[in-house]
Design a protein around this ligand. Sequence first.
Ligand code: GLA
Length: 376
Amino acid sequence: MKVQVHAPGRINIIGEHTDYNQGYVLPMAVNMGILLTAQKRSDKLVNIYARNLDQKASFSLNKLVPGKNQNWSDYPAGVCWTLQEAGYKLSGADIDFGGDIPIGAGLSSSAALEVATAAAFSHLNGLNIPEKKLALLSQKAENEYVGVRCGIMDQFASALSIKDCALFLDCRSLEYEHIPLDLGEHVFMIIDSRIKRSLASSAYNRRREECTEALALINRSTGMQKKSLREVSLAEIEKARPLMLPELYNRAYFVIKENKRVLETVQAFQRGDLHTCGSLINQSHEGLRRLFEVSCKEVNLIVDAAQSFRGVLGARMTGAGFGGCVVALVCRERIQKLQERILEKTRVTSVKEPVFYITAPAAGLQVTEVYTMGSP
Ligand code: GLA
């Protein structure tokens, strides 16, 4: 049996660094993704060809060890590992994948690869694993096998998005709602700064720890036993402020405000108020830059150029930060001029020329069985 799987990347419209604080997020799948074909084998061997890299990897399903290789094949291997840890019986497969998501740009190419692999193995082995579970197993692969302590947003967006909608997800209950995005004359432009911070994953893990530390201090000073920053109010963090280093206070304050902004953005989209959405997007960036401190000067330069440009309703960094992409909600007829403005600004100061994509809310995971000549 052979399957073809498409799993998209994502942008996050708003709700950054809130997923691992059990909060709200509003990502949408983009029209770039991973296309993977997989054919079942009768033994336990997995052979993978990564078309874009022109590289091959092989591993045995019987010999998977978390955190061993440290290369791209950790993502599919990690997914096989979590599926088996969850009790699923897998046969080997011959896999070929490629895609058009820029790698390491913060558009979740790794989450898309994980979700595509999980779906392929589920299908080839007749496991019928629901999408929500595929997302959770993929996240577990990244957390425990690859060693990046990401939240659930990216895998969820890749697995469960639908066309023309954003995905409003409550990361505590994992309840979600598809929010129709009627953008009218506007589109989402992605601007890839092409800046990649080599220590991004350790800086990301550090932000998670800071949120946990902030929560512990808030609980200590208020006598509460809240399980996440999602449950903390602004009044409660004010109470804990004297105990907290300004940095920790800022992290917690940002998360609480960002959760509120997600709820307000959802409501604004629902009433067709794109101007309010844009202003919330701008506020989110301001917080990420000054309070959560995950932006960088090259990204800020692009955001500033976009935000001050006529026809742009809002712009912010998207994803974990430390480089990566900016999203801007821009009037269609101003796209060309905006690109020119950003190029003009970045030419003087940045080492790299940014790359532009126009995207629309795309469908999530798609699995198709492929019939080859002579197959039963
Ligand atoms: C990365 C992680 C997500 C999320 C974002 C920040 O994309 O994979 O889980 O935490 O960063 O919002």
